[in-house]
Each structure stands twice: as structure tokens, then as C-alpha cells.
Design a protein around this ligand. Structure first.
Ligand code: 8X3
Length: 254
């Protein structure tokens, strides 16, 4: 049963990977979209691709989520009342250096995007959802929000923060009918690792070598399942691994 047709979703970080896959799968169900990201050409391409394939309305917003001023300016162009679904997808890992060697700029980029950016958007959308007593926030977490691992001192900290934000947001919105959910994936083969390794695609490929990793569409299917539940069902967190992974650092390469 499609309960999503005619709704509107705002997806952050929609130009690639999981965000883009969620955009396609929601549009396929008749959901209108507001797609946000930093790469304006990719947003324009995605808008025309989705509008022509699915016949839904797509608005694009081009801004850097790390700047609250940019977020506020961009969202002033949006009818916030019309947003039914907020998909907090924007996030990244930068570098794998240990605490005593890491680059501060990497830490700031992850903290500013994965935690502060998510909060900036949520701060603007959730009051409107609470006032109209409907809406659904889906946060993209990670297995790194449940486990720490070496080389991930700040990335895992930011994803633990998302886990905490997800739980506290649910409690803050208690009694408003607004649903709050999270997906916590393990290894998903997107450009995530290429970004983490700063463009070293050989190293990025080695993360997924010898296993059948998750792909963006696997996560998008779970997102659609969560968002399409009846109004009384709120799935708080789905932890999902590829079959060959059993913990953040435990991968069976056959
Ligand atoms: C991405 C999954 O295992 O690289 O959040 O932390 S992992």
C-alpha cells in the first residue's frame, strides 16, 4: 500500500549515493521532492531526470549545510508547511588518521556537516511539523553510531551524536505525532569511501573488495519501508549490514 503518494520530502545531500537513491524511490511512489546539496549542476541534472521519469515536482536548493546562514537563506524559499518528510542524509567521513595525527580541518568538516548541519535543518523543519502535528524525520545514522573503531575517532563520534539526536528528538517531539527514525548501515558501496580517502579510489575499492557490499538502493528500500508505515508505527532504528559484515571492523572476505 502506498501511503506516500502526494507527500513532499526534503532530502539533504541528495546529489549522490543514498540520498539520490531515496530521491528516486520516493519519486517513483509519487512523492514531490526538495533536493538539497552543494553541487548545483548535479542537482539540476537530477531534477530534470526525476521530473521526466516520475512526473513529480522537484525543487532544488543549493547551499552548504555547514553554514546556518546559508541553510536559513535557502529554506526561506521553501513553504515549510508543505514538508511532510525530512530525510537528514547529508554526511561524510574525512580521513582515517588516528587522534594523534589527524587533520583538524577533517574533524571540523565532519562535525559541522554530520552534527551541526543536521541540527540546523531540523531546527527549521521540526517546529512546523510539531505545530501541524504531522511529519516524519528520518536520520541517516551508521554502524559507526553504535560502535567506535580505530581511525574513526571523530567520524564515529559524529555518528554516535546522530544516534543520540535521534533518540532525544523522538522524546522532544513526544505527543506531537511527528515520527523520528534512523537507519544505521554498515558498508554501503557509494562514493563515501572515495571521499573518506580523499579521492584515492584504489583504497576506496579495497573497502568493498571480496564482499558483496550493500548498495544505495538497499538503504533506500529500507527508507521507503520506514516512511511508508501507517501513522501509528515509528521505527526508531534499523541496523543493516551486508551479510559478509558482522561488526564495524569484522568483514569476511571470501
Ligand atoms: C559508514 C559505515 O563502517 O564505514 O558509516 O563506519 S562504516
Amino acid at each position: 500500500m502506498n501511503r506516500l503518494k502526494g507527500k513532499k520530502a526534503l532530502i539533504t545531500g541528495a546529489t549522490a549515493g543514498i540520498g539520490k537513491a531515496i530521491a528516486h524511490q520516493l519519486a517513483d511512489l509519487g512523492v514531490h521532492l526538495i533536493l538539497t546539496g552543494r553541487r548545483s549542476e548535479r542537482l539540476v541534472e537530477l531534477k530534470s531526470e526525476i521530473e521526466s521519469s516520475y512526473g513529480v515536482q522537484v525543487q532544488t536548493l543549493h547551499f552548504d549545510i555547514r553554514s546556518n546562514k546559508e541553510v536559513e537563506d535557502a529554506l526561506s524559499e521553501v513553504d515549510l508547511e508543505s514538508v511532510d518528510l525530512l530525510i537528514n542524509n547529508a554526511g561524510l567521513a574525512a580521513g582515517v588518521d588516528p587522534v594523534h595525527k589527524a587533520d583538524l580541518a577533517d574533524w571540523e568538516q565532519m562535525i559541522d556537516t554530520n552534527i551541526k548541519g543536521l541540527l540546523y535543518i531540523s531546527r527549521l523543519i521540526t517546529p512546523v511539523m510539531a505545530a501541524k502535528k504531522s511529519g516524519h524525520v528520518l536520520n541517516l545514522g551508521s554502524i559507526a553510531g553504535h560502535e567506535a573503531y580505530p581511525g574513526g575517532v571523530v567520524y564515529t563520534a559524529t555518528k554516535h551524536a546522530v544516534t543520540a539526536i535521534n533518540k532525544a528528538m523522538k522524546m522532544d517531539l513526544h505527543g506531537t505525532n511527528v515520527r523520528v527514525s534512523m537507519i544505521s548501515p554498515g558498508l554501503v558501496n557509494t562514493e563515501f569511501s572515495t571521499i573518506r580517502f580523499k579521492g584515492d579510489s584504489h583504497r576506496a575499492d579495497s573497502v568493498y573488495a571480496g564482499i558483496d557490499p550493500l548498495v544505495a538502493d538497499d538503504i533506500a528500500e529500507i527508507a521507503v519501508f520506514i516512511l511508508n508505515r501507517p501513522a501509528h508505527v515509528d521505527i526508531m532504528d534499523v541496523v543493516v549490514f551486508p551479510t559478509a559484515q558482522s561488526a564495524a571492523t569484522m568483514v569476511f572476505r571470501g
